[in-house]
Design a protein around this ligand. Structure first.
Ligand code: SF4
Length: 378
């Protein structure tokens, strides 16, 4: 890697410093976006110090992209973006709210959307990498993402917008009759969009509220369950500012932090049973995939129901055409280098040095052919 010249410092220290100043990074109150892990939410509510840092470059790029997209939607479509909602227990910023015509008509003209929504809709915009894209298209929002958006929607339905500078006309509307939820996923590598939409469900909103209530009732964060498997296994933990207090230090230096979960032989017995269960599931999964792979061996690529079949590889492998190489030497009147027979390695070297193209041909073998199954983009 080339060293960074002193006259051209990396941009990342500046980006990290600015990111640390964002209200989100400083807040001690529970934000709807903090409801991803029960224990993490409990740490925030307890006012615990954030002890751990992590490389936030990908997250910062995601934030820039998010701000850029929402800023464009506000300018071009008149969307209400990044507005604040809160009550006594929770607060957050709603990515976008699309008001229906009667509600929009109660706002000053400058705040009205270009096109009102059929029903008032809360929209959450998530940027995702290509690595996660198939999962996004196949399964949509995660349970934590759904909980987060329901908290926003329920705050709007019960309280409305926060009465603060910059959104006073919104606050004057009071509670908003949110009827629909929309997730808009944007692939941060290629810009693809995927939209998931459903009606607001009161039961789901109640479940999200209960989740927060339960976290608030813990007397100490350690009573809250860990929603993830820990550093090295879940990216959420790798980037969690509370990973040291959450997992502590392993008794054996250098061992995985998850060793803190094993205290005695009974724990080891349970862990081994879990390992065997995982092994059996893995074997069964491999068996199913191998059987299906053979069944589909001559099926053409295409869309079949919810899945898209594609093939990679199976291409001709190129190899040096030795007979043609001897012909080239003959035509040029150059003696063929010999060892026990023609020295083909030496011939290649001579031709490269002379700038003559080495004749190639398709070999009998082909590159390995691999199956690729992805969700059909909706
Ligand atoms: S380290 Fe993982 S499990 Fe622990 S609080 Fe953070 S996100 Fe939750």
């Amino acid at each position: 890697m080339t060293a960074q010249p002193v006259s051209s410092p990396s941009l990342w220290p500046a980006a990290h410093t600015q990111d640390a100043r964002r209200p989100r990074s400083l807040q001690r109150q529970l934000g709807a976006s903090d409801t991803v892990c029960e224990r993490r939410a409990a740490y925030i509510l307890s006012g615990a110090e954030r002890t751990d840092t992590s490389d936030k470059r990908a997250a910062i790029l995601g934030t820039y992209l998010h701000e850029g997209l929402l800023g464009s939607a506000r300018t071009e479509y008149g969307w209400l973006v990044e507005t604040s909602v809160a009550d006594d227990t929770i607060r957050g910023h709603v990515d976008a709210v699309h008001l229906d015509a009667p509600t929009a008509a109660r706002l000053p003209k400058r705040l009205r959307p270009t096109t009102p929504a059929q029903v008032t809709t809360v929209e959450d915009v998530k940027t995702k990498s290509t690595f996660l894209w198939d999962k996004v298209v196949r399964y949509g929002a995660t349970a934590a993402e759904i909980r987060q958006v329901y908290l926003y929607a329920d705050l709007l339905r019960t309280v409305g917008w926060v009465d603060k500078y910059g959104q006073k006309p919104l606050a004057r509307l009071g509670p908003i009759d949110v009827r629909r939820i929309r997730f808009r996923f944007v692939n941060r590598d290629n810009g693809a969009e995927h939209v998931q939409e459903f009606d607001f469900d009161r039961a789901e909103a109640t479940r999200a509220r209960w989740w927060v209530q339960r976290v608030m009732e813990y007397e100490s964060p350690e009573e809250a369950s860990r929603s993830f498997d820990g550093p090295g296994l879940d990216a959420i933990c790798d980037n969690c500012p509370f990973r040291t207090p959450c997992w502590g230090e392993p008794k054996t230096p250098g061992a995985a932090v998850q060793t803190v979960l094993v205290h005695n032989d009974a724990d080891r017995e349970a862990a081994l049973a879990e390992y065997v269960r995982g092994h059996e599931m893995e074997n069964e999964g491999k068996r199913i995939k191998a059987r299906v792979r053979k069944k589909l061996d001559d099926s053409p690529a295409g869309i079949y129901g919810l899945n898209q079949l594609a093939w990679t590889g199976g291409n001709a492998v190129q190899e040096v055409d030795r007979e043609a190489m001897i012909d080239v030497f003959d035509v040029l009147g150059v003696p063929v280098p010999e060892k026990t027979g023609a020295d083909f390695e030496r011939m290649e070297t001579v031709m490269k040095e002379a700038g003559i193209a080495i004749p190639m041909r398709n070999a009998a073998k082909k590159t390995p052919r691999a199956i690729r199954v992805t969700a059909v983009p909706k």
